[in-house]
Ligand binder design. Structure first.
Ligand SMILES: NC(=O)c1ccc[n+]([C@@H]2O[C@H](COP(=O)([O-])OP(=O)(O)OC[C@H]3O[C@@H](n4cnc5c(N)ncnc54)[C@H](OP(=O)(O)O)[C@@H]3O)[C@@H](O)[C@H]2O)c1
Length: 275
């Protein structure tokens, strides 16, 4: 896909690998809808893109630790744009962001599940009419190799909480959603894939986890760009990639009954089932 002139939303593009991806897409001539909470970092990126003089950057501020924030972002994108060619759901928090204690979102959901998974689920559904109208279009869910099965009796991890379990559960939920949504979107011209971009890139999330980085944002960023624009993945959907290669996710991702439970729960928690 030639991204020149295309409209691409990259959540979590004020920092880390999302910032790299947004800058590269703008260099290729895309209109990039950049997103995050930090206005100063967003401005620095938007100024950089403006100076380069190729693509365009428009900043959307929204806090994805509340479902209202996700809705507000979707509404602003729908109101401001007549097309959306690619939606890269990348915003996320690590296993130790805001400390090692269990935390909850504005809606009372376990925080990593809320920010890393539920807000992306809601955004994808709210943006689907525009993505369908812009087909062929793509959704890229930035997940991870860190995956932990969901315990449907305690999805909010009220017992036995650890940040790494919460993070890995949210990342597997993204992959389960990817497979499920791909089935739903068959024949629509909208594809959806998930990936592990790279292991321990040098980003804020990794550094604040006290981990020594072992990959660069360029490595992970190129893997995300591959799914967003690569010709070899055109028409492919419902896949999980480790970097550039198709890979197997945790077995729970291939359990249709588990995916059905997650979908029902997510529709209920986001209020979409009532719509
Ligand atoms: N780093 C790795 O090695 C690695 C490995 C596998 C997967 N991943 C995945 O890659 C994605 C990006 O990670 P990264 O390492 O680039 O992280 P990062 O440098 O910490 O950047 C995270 C981005 O998400 C945004 N964000 C965080 N919380 C938010 C919230 N509540 N509302 C709105 N935006 C929020 C941040 O924006 P503001 O600060 O402006 O809000 C920032 O732009 C994540 O989904 C992560 O799970 C990373």
């Amino acid at each position: 896909m030639n991204t020149d002139g295309k409209t691409v939303l990259v959540t979590g593009s004020t920092d880390g690998v999302g910032r790299y991806v947004a800058a590269k897409l703008a260099s290729a001539g895309a209109k990039v809808l950049i997103h995050g909470r930090d206005k100063a970092r967003a401005k620095t990126l938007a100024d950089e893109i403006k100076r380069e003089g190729r693509g365009e950057a428009i900043f959307y501020s929204a806090d994805l630790s509340s479902l209202a924030g996700a809705r507000q972002l979707a509404e602003a994108v729908l109101a401001g744009h007549r097309r959306l060619d690619v939606f890269i759901s990348n915003a996320g928090i690590g296993s130790r962001t805001q400390g090692t204690e269990r935390r909850t979102s504005a809606d009372g959901h376990e925080l990593r599940f809320a920010v890393n998974y539920l807000s992306g689920f809601l955004l994808a559904y709210l943006l689907l009419p525009l993505l369908k109208a812009s087909a062929p279009s793509r959704i890229v869910n930035v997940a991870s190799l860190g995956q932990h099965p969901l315990d449907f009796d305690d999805v909010m991890i009220t017992k036995g909480y650890t940040g790494s379990r919460a993070y890995a559960q949210s990342k597997l939920a993204q992959i389960m959603f990817t497979i499920d949504l791909a089935r739903e979107l068959e024949g629509s011209g909208v594809t959806v894939n998930a990936l592990h971009p790279a292991t321990y890139m040098n980003t804020t999330m990794v550094r604040e986890g006290g981990i020594t980085p072992i990959s660069t944002v360029e490595q992970g960023g190129e893997a995300i760009l591959h799914l967003a624009e690569g010709d070899d993945v055109a028409g492919k959907s419902g896949l999980f990639f480790n970097g550039m290669q198709p890979a197997q996710a945790h077995p729970q991702a291939y359990d249709a009954a588990a995916r059905k439970r997650l979908r029902a729960l997510s529709l209920e928690l986001t209020g979409l089932s009532a719509a």
